[in-house]
Design a protein. Structure first.
Length: 134
C-alpha cells in the first residue's frame, strides 16, 4: 500500500466554483495550476498595505514543472455553509486510475452563518485520471 501525500488548505468560500468543473479537478501541468490559483486565490494585505498572496497560492506555488513531470494534483473543494464547520478527512484511496475521497463535515454545537470552504489536496501519480465522488 502506497503512502499517499494529502492535506487540506483553508481556502474560504470559493464563489462560483461549484458551477464549474473546478470543484473537483485533476491538475497535471504547472500552467493549469497557475490558472486555478489565479482564478481562486484570495489576495489579502499585510499591515503596511502590501498585497500578499492568499492561502491557496501559499500552499500550491511550491509545485513546479519537475513535480508535474511525474505527478498530478487532485484538488477537491468542500463547501461549508459555516466557518465553524470542519472537515474530517479519511485517507484517499487509489484504485487503478481512480481516486476516491471520502470525508465528513463536522457540525459545531453553535454555528455561525458565513460561507467557508476547504480544498483537499492529494499528490497522485500520472496514472490517476478520475475522481470518484461518493
Amino acid at each position: 500500500k502506497k503512502n499517499i501525500k494529502y492535506y487540506m488548505i483553508h481556502s474560504g468560500y470559493l464563489n462560483g466554483v461549484n458551477q464549474t468543473d473546478d470543484a473537483t479537478i485533476i491538475i497535471s501541468t504547472k500552467e493549469e495550476l497557475n490558472k486555478y490559483i489565479k482564478k481562486y486565490d484570495r489576495k489579502s494585505w499585510d499591515i503596511e498595505g502590501n498585497e500578499i498572496d492568499g492561502e491557496i497560492s501559499r500552499c500550491l506555488n511550491k509545485y513546479d514543472e519537475q513535480f508535474f513531470n511525474v505527478k498530478s494534483l487532485v484538488l477537491y473543494y468542500v463547501e461549508l455553509t459555516s466557518g465553524s464547520q470542519s472537515v474530517d478527512l479519511d485517507e484517499p484511496q487509489i484504485d487503478g486510475d481512480t481516486i476516491s475521497i471520502k470525508y465528513k463535515v463536522k457540525e459545531p454545537e453553535i454555528g455561525i452563518c458565513d460561507m467557508s470552504g476547504e480544498i483537499i489536496v492529494v499528490e497522485v501519480d500520472k496514472a490517476v485520471k478520475k475522481i470518484d465522488e461518493k
